[in-house]
Design a protein around this ligand. Sequence first.
Ligand SMILES: [Zn+2]
Length: 105
Amino acid sequence: MTSNVWQVFDLHESEDNNGNKIQSAICKLCNTSLVAGARNGINHLKRHMDECLAKHGPQDPKQQQLARPSGYGGKVCTFTYSQSKMRIGLAVYIASAELPFSLRS
Ligand SMILES: [Zn+2]
């Protein structure tokens, strides 16, 4: 189990009705269960990993995204998501809207 596919999959062992052990690989990103074990190889796991990372994995942080903000004349513009700018904007919104910092009562 030295392949990098095991960073995306968890190995799960169970038994069938005859008591035979069955190994399955469960994707951490989408919870899909695929057959695993030495007999089955890992090519199908690599294929799933590549497809699943493209769908669910982190995006390139420098890639711009399209937006059509209201009050912008209906024009399409681009922006780059920034976690730090989003954190500051959220803090300003919470403070200016006088929202509680905790939702627990
Ligand atoms: Zn997946």
